[in-house]
Ligand binder design. Sequence first.
Ligand SMILES: C[S@@+](CC[C@H](N)C(=O)[O-])C[C@H]1O[C@@H](n2cnc3c(N)ncnc32)[C@H](O)[C@@H]1O
Length: 211
Amino acid sequence: MDFFPSILTGYIETHSTAEDPVLAALNRETHLKHNLPQMVSGHQQGLLLELLSHMLQPQQILEIGTFTGYSAICLAKGLAKGGKLHTIDINNELEDITAKYYGLAGVSDRIVQYFGAAVDIIPAISGNFELVFIDADKQNYARYYDLIIDRVPVGGFILADNVLWSGRVAEAKHDKDTEALHAFNEKVQADPRVTNLLLSVRDGIMLMRKN
Ligand SMILES: C[S@@+](CC[C@H](N)C(=O)[O-])C[C@H]1O[C@@H](n2cnc3c(N)ncnc32)[C@H](O)[C@@H]1O
């Protein structure tokens, strides 16, 4: 999906590190075999996730919404030695493609994959998360935030994807996902526990640092 003028997208891509061939193959297979392939993070956003993860070098990352594993691979690349990425998806039909590409990317030993509803699985994972990526069902974003906020240490980061929802949040559209994402953005904005910046990358990423 194009969220930005294509002339600028092209310029950005030619002045950013080229897509890892394994991720390019995963992106292609996602587009060939899955409904809603636009859910995949893709090159630009994936590189941002990879660089942020490298900056933080976390011991433990939580991802809510694996899909075909693109963002999981990007995030896992920046883990500290011995670190783990815990990633959750409700759709267990994704297991073959995620396992295949974790192997090809050489990150299988750093990723713990869960299938089920994130609200049930998050409380069952122990420890803190220095980095959290929220990218699942939009109507539960606020719930996910409440579940993880006390488990992110001071200086840890939370990212939430699709917070612009193709601009619908700013246009105050009345559908459940738009209203939920707008309520989430307002909740974060009013929360003194985080310093937040809504990045205009792709479909909008809320970047939050725990104070
Ligand atoms: C936007 S996609 C994730 C994209 C992925 N992070 C990436 O960048 O490639 C959202 C995923 O959330 C999953 N999902 C939806 N509701 C969920 C829930 N209640 N618990 C866990 N995962 C859920 C969907 O099955 C879907 O694969």
